[in-house]
Design a protein around this ligand. Structure first.
Ligand code: WTA
Length: 657
C-alpha cells in the first residue's frame, strides 16, 4: 500500500466521500506505546492470521483461562464453523476470577453513573462477589445450564451482573433493549423458549421513568414459557408483583451465599442469543457461543482500543445492542479494564452530559455512534468547550457510516486533534469488530473503516461473486470463518444458510455495500438489503410494515428509508387504507403510536404518507426503489417499465405535502 505521508490534515475544505483525500498518521507518541506500533507490524500479523489462523488464534486464546485445552482451533464445514473444539472454559471466570489473583483485584471494574446523578464503583473483587451471589439466586430459582433467560434492564451494573451470572452457570441470556415494547419482549420469549426473565421496576430516561416491569407484565399476560421474573429495584415505583412468579432481586440475595464456582462449558456452548432485524419477517435470534466469541472480543478490545491497565474506557452503547455486549461488558472485563456505564440520555439534564462525565471521570477512551456525534454537532460546541477533555487519548465510532465532516469534528473538537479515531465496522452477527484502524499502526481517512482486523478476509464482489477492482462498488462479503462469528439463527438452520451463505456459497454475506480505494481501504456505504439503520439501530422494513398492517384500518404498507441528517436514515411509511376509512392527521399519529407499541419508539415512522395504491410490478412486488426516490424528494428516475399501473406514481408524487 502506498500512503501519501505529506497529506496535511489541516485543510479545512470538506470534500465529498468519494474524493476524500485527507490522511492521518497515528500520532508518534501513541504509536510508540501501542501494542501494534506500525503499519509493517500490522501487515505481518495480518498475513500470519490469514496464512496460519490456527497458530494465530491459539496464541490469542492462550492468554485466557481454559479448564480444558482445545484439540483443534477451527473446523469449517461450510456454513458451520466450530472454534477451539474440545476446549472447556467459563466466560465469567475469564472476566472476573482470572483478575483476582493479580494486582487488578482492587481495581475498578465498573464505574457507573445513573441518569439522576448517583455513582457507584465496583472493583473486580466486588463485582465477582455480586456475580457469584446472583448466580446462586439463579440456581435457587431453578435456572440452570442451557436455560434461556431474557434480560430487560436499564444500563445499570446489575445488567452486567445478570449477564455474567448467566454465563457463570451456563445459562443462555438474551438481552432485550429497554426501549422495546411488550410485543417485542413476547416475540423474543416465544422464539427463545425462555423460562425466566430479569428486569427492573423502571429506568430513568430524560428525567422520566420507563415502566420496564409494566411492559414485562403486558408481555407475559396471556401466558408464556416464563416461570420466574426477578425484579431489581431501581426506580422505586409502584409495580405489580405476581404471586408465585415474581420475586425481588434484593430479597433473593438474602437467601444465598457468595460462593459459586464457575461451571466449565464446552467452547461451543451457547452464550447468548441477541435478536436483530433482517430483511424479512420477525427479528432473527443471532446465536453466539463461548470460546470463539471470548477470543474475538478479547483480542479486538485489546488491539483496537489498545487498552492499558490505567485506562478509563467508556463505550456509550446500551447493553441491549451487540456493542453493549461485546464492548461495554465482555471485551473490557476480559481485558481487566475499567469500563464506564451511563444509564441515561446524552442531553440530560443538559447537552453536555457526556463531556461532564469525561471530565469528572478522566475518561481516556470514548467509543460512541456517529448519530450521537451528529447530534453533538447540532447542539453546538459551547457545550463541549465548558469541559476539560484532555484526558482522552483515543476515540472510536460504530454503528453506521460516519460522514467525513462528523469525523473531522470528532477528531478536532472532542479529540483536540491528538487522538486517533477508530471507525469500527462490524455487526451483531460478527460478534466482534471486523474492519477497523489499529490506532498505532494504520493511518486513517475520515469516513473509512480502513482495513480488516486480524483473520478477517473481507472482499467486495459483483453480482456474480467476482471481486471488483479499486473504487468500484459492490457487496461486502467475508470469505472465511472467524472466531466470534454467529453460529446459527436460533432454532433455524435453514434461514441461517439462506440468509448469510446462499448468495455466494461458502462466503458470508454482510448485507452491506462498500468499495475499496486504491490503498485497499474499505468505505462502507450502508445496507443494501431491506434493513434500515436509524440512529445506529437496525430495523427491518418488513417488521415495521407488519406492525402497520396489523392496524385495523390499514390495508397495505410499504416502508422505506430516506436520508436523515441526524439519524442517518429516517423511516417513511406509505400506507393504503381499507375501503371507507378516511385519511387524517390523527390517523397518522395513531399509526405512529401503533408502531411504537408493537416494536418500540425507535421504529415509529418519521413520516406517514397515505396513498391510494402502491407502485407494484406486474408480478405484484412493491417497487421500493421508486418509493425511496419519492420519500427522499428526488425525481423518479430509471426504469419503470415493469410498473403495473403508471397513474400510481403520479398520485404518490402529488401526495407530497
Ligand atoms: C452498520 C452494530 C459503516 C452496517 C455493531 C452493519 C457500520 C450494521 C459501521 C450492523 C461502520 C456498523 N461503518 N457502517 N463503522 N458499523 N455499521 O448489527 O450497515 O446493530 O451491517 O451491529 O451497522 O448493525 P448491528
Amino acid at each position: 500500500m502506498k500512503i501519501d505521508h505529506s497529506a496535511s490534515p489541516a485543510r479545512t475544505n470538506i470534500e465529498s466521500h468519494l474524493k476524500e483525500k485527507r490522511l492521518f498518521q497515528p500520532p508518534r507518541e501513541f504509536a510508540q506505546e501501542a501494542r501494534i506500533k506500525n503499519f509493517a507490524q500490522y501487515q505481518r500479523m495480518y498475513r500470519e492470521s490469514i496464512k496460519s489462523p490456527g497458530k494465530f488464534w491459539a496464541r490469542e486464546a492462550n492468554e485466557l483461562v481454559w479448564r480444558k485445552r482445545w484439540r483443534k482451533v477451527v473446523e469449517w464445514k461450510p456454513p458451520f464453523a466450530k472454534w477451539f473444539i474440545g476446549g472447556q472454559l467459563n466466560l465469567s471466570e475469564n472476566c472476573l476470577d482470572r483478575h483476582l489473583t493479580t494486582h487488578r483485584r482492587n481495581k475498578a471494574a465498573i464505574l457507573w453513573e445513573g441518569e439522576p446523578g448517583e455513582r457507584r464503583t465496583l472493583t473486580y473483587q466486588q463485582l465477582h462477589r455480586e456475580v457469584c451471589r446472583f448466580a446462586n439466586v439463579l440456581k435457587r430459582n431453578k435456572i440452570g445450564k442451557g436455560d434461556r433467560v431474557i434480560i430487560y434492564m436499564p444500563t445499570i451494573p446489575e445488567v452486567a451482573i445478570a449477564m455474567l451470572a448467566c454465563a457463570r452457570i451456563g445459562a443462555v441470556h438474551s438481552v432485550v433493549f429497554g426501549g422495546f415494547s411488550a410485543d417485542s419482549i413476547r416475540d423474543r420469549i416465544a422464539d427463545s423458549g425462555a423460562i425466566a426473565l430479569i428486569t427492573a421496576d423502571g429506568s430513568y430516561r430524560r428525567g422520566g421513568i420507563v415502566p420496564l416491569k409494566k411492559n414485562v407484565d403486558d408481555a407475559l399476560s396471556g401466558g408464556t414459557s416464563v416461570k420466574r421474573v426477578i425484579v431489581f429495584q431501581r426506580a422505586h415505583t409502584e409495580i405489580h408483583m405476581e404471586e408465585g412468579r415474581d420475586v425481588w432481586w434484593h430479597r433473593e440475595l438474602e437467601y444465598v451465599g457468595g460462593d459459586c464456582p464457575p461451571t466449565p462449558v464446552d467452547s461451543e456452548h451457547p452464550l447468548y442469543i441477541l435478536y436483530t432485524s433482517g430483511s424479512t419477517g420477525k427479528p432473527k435470534g443471532i446465536l453466539h457461543t463461548t470460546g470463539g466469541y471470548l477470543v474475538g472480543i478479547y483480542s479486538t478490545t485489546k488491539y483496537v482500543f489498545d487498552l492499558r491497565d490505567e485506562d478509563i474506557y467508556w463505550c456509550t452503547a446500551d447493553v441491549g445492542w451487540v456493542t453493549g455486549h461485546s464492548y461495554v461488558v465482555y471485551g473490557p472485563l476480559a481485558n481487566g479494564a475499567t469500563t464506564l456505564m451511563y444509564e441515561g440520555a446524552p442531553n440530560w439534564p443538559e447537552p453536555d452530559r457526556f463531556w461532564r462525565i469525561i471530565e469528572e471521570n478522566r475518561v481516556n477512551i470514548l467509543y460512541t455512534a456517529p448519530t450521537a456525534i451528529r447530534a453533538f454537532i447540532r447542539w453546538g460546541d459551547q457545550w463541549v468547550k465548558k469541559h476539560d477533555l484532555s484526558s482522552l487519548r483515543l476515540l472510536g465510532t460504530v454503528g453506521e457510516p460516519i460522514n467525513p465532516e462528523a469525523w473531522m469534528w470528532y477528531h478536532k473538537t472532542i479529540g483536540g486533534g491528538r487522538c486517533p479515531v477508530v471507525d469500527t465496522w462490524w455487526q451483531t452477527e460478527t460478534g466482534a469488530i471486523m474492519i477497523t484502524p489499529l490506532p498505532g499502526a494504520i493511518p486513517t481517512k475520515p469516513g473509512s473503516a480502513t482495513l480488516p482486523f486480524f483473520g478477517v478476509d473481507a472482499a467486495i464482489v459483483d453480482a456474480r461473486g467476482k471481486e471488483v477492482g479499486p473504487n468500484v462498488g459492490g457487496k461486502l462479503i467475508i470469505r472465511r470463518p472467524w472466531p466470534s462469528m454467529l453460529r446459527n439463527i436460533y432454532g433455524d438452520k435453514e434461514r441461517y444458510k439462506k440468509q448469510y451463505w446462499s448468495e455466494y456459497p461458502g462466503n458470508y454475506l454482510t448485507g452491506d455495500g462498500a468499495r475499496r480505494d486504491q490503498d485497499g481501504y474499505f468505505w462502507i456505504v450502508g445496507r443494501i438489503d431491506d434493513v434500515l439503520n436509524v440512529a445506529g439501530h437496525r430495523l427491518g422494513t418488513s417488521e415495521i410494515e407488519s406492525a402497520l398492517v396489523s392496524h385495523a384500518r390499514v390495508a397495505e404498507a410499504a416502508v422505506v428509508g430516506r436520508p436523515d441528517e441526524l439519524k442517518g436514515q429516517g423511516v417513511v411509511a406509505f400506507v393504503t387504507l381499507k375501503a371507507g376509512v378516511e385519511a387524517s392527521n390523527d390517523l397518522k399519529g395513531e399509526l405512529r403510536e401503533h408502531v411504537g407499541r408493537h416494536i418500540g419508539a425507535i421504529a415509529k415512522p418519521d413520516e406517514v404518507r397515505f396513498a391510494e395504491a402502491l407502485p407494484k410490478t406486474r408480478s405484484g412486488k412493491i417497487m421500493r426503489r421508486l418509493l425511496k426516490e419519492i420519500a427522499s424528494g428526488a425525481k423518479v428516475t430509471g426504469d419503470t417499465t415493469t410498473l403495473e399501473d403508471f397513474s400510481v406514481l403520479a398520485k404518490l408524487a402529488q401526495s407530497d405535502e
